[in-house]
Write a protein that binds this ligand. Structure first.
Ligand code: DC
Length: 224
């Protein structure tokens, strides 16, 4: 079974997807982390982020893996744990070069399908329901008002990052929204058959429970 969850930055989809995967005993496929991992590697190797041929070659050469231990999921590139590095602002600011490169997307889609073929999967990203898993059993599109998304992002910051103001976070999210929705290749759009959930006024648990109700499956030993 594949459950597709898409939505803009800060809509709550990563948190919800992680909890759902744990609760249902599904695999969690964080496709944003895959684009981030490739961006990190390209920056390390000083690959020109506008050079599609070089980026495609790099995608073919490297191994991106997820390893889980209990509730935590780590991302590895060529055996190196990059879970923290891929969240650095430098990666966040450059990932759009990678995610708007068609040859890279083609390869990522293939890899995402292979990873999901290994078992029941919660697939989270921007194009899960539209492009990667158009036949997913259930599709969800999570959204929230931009002020709330920025509040959540700002609240997640470590004390060392607190000097970044709330107004800056709003601006940053606006930029990311624009890039995600106007991208030439697989832009963020709601699949017409996705269930849309506005999470602005909802607690995470409420969103998780609503999704479980819609799926009609609460894990091996629980009833809905
Ligand atoms: O969800 P995130 O912020 O970790 O995603 C990182 C970037 O990757 C984001 O700019 C959008 C892009 N992305 C994408 O283009 N397609 C996906 N399926 C997932 C993420």
């Amino acid at each position: 079974m594949i459950i597709a969850i898409d939505g803009p930055a800060g809509s709550g989809k990563s948190t919800v997807a992680k909890i759902l995967a744990n609760r249902l005993g599904f695999k969690y496929l964080d496709t944003g982390a895959m684009y981030r991992a490739l961006t990190w590697k390209a920056m390390q190797r000083r690959v020109d982020l506008r050079d599609e041929t070089a980026l495609c070659q790099l995608t073919d050469q490297i191994a991106i893996e997820f390893r889980s231990a209990g509730k935590s999921l780590s991302v590895f590139v060529d055996g190196e744990n990059v879970t923290e590095e891929i969240r650095l602002p430098s990666v966040t600011n450059n990932v759009h070069y990678i995610s708007d490169t068609p040859g890279v997307r083609q390869r990522m889609v293939k890899l995402q399908r292979t990873l999901a073929s290994e078992g029941n999967t919660i697939a989270e990203g921007r194009d899960m329901g539209t492009v990667v898993f158009p036949h997913a059993e259930k599709k969800f599109f999570l959204d929230a008002e931009i002020e709330e998304r920025a509040r959540r992002r700002h609240g997640e910051f470590k004390p060392s990052d607190k000097r970044i103001s709330y107004a800056d976070v709003i601006k940053d999210i606006e930029t990311r929204d624009r890039r995600d929705t106007t991208r030439n290749h697989s832009p963020l759009v709601r699949s017409s058959d996705a269930i849309c959930i506005n999470t602005t006024k909802m607690a995470i648990e409420e969103v998780v429970n609503l999704i479980i109700k819609q799926i009609g499956y609460a894990g091996k030993n629980e009833s809905v």
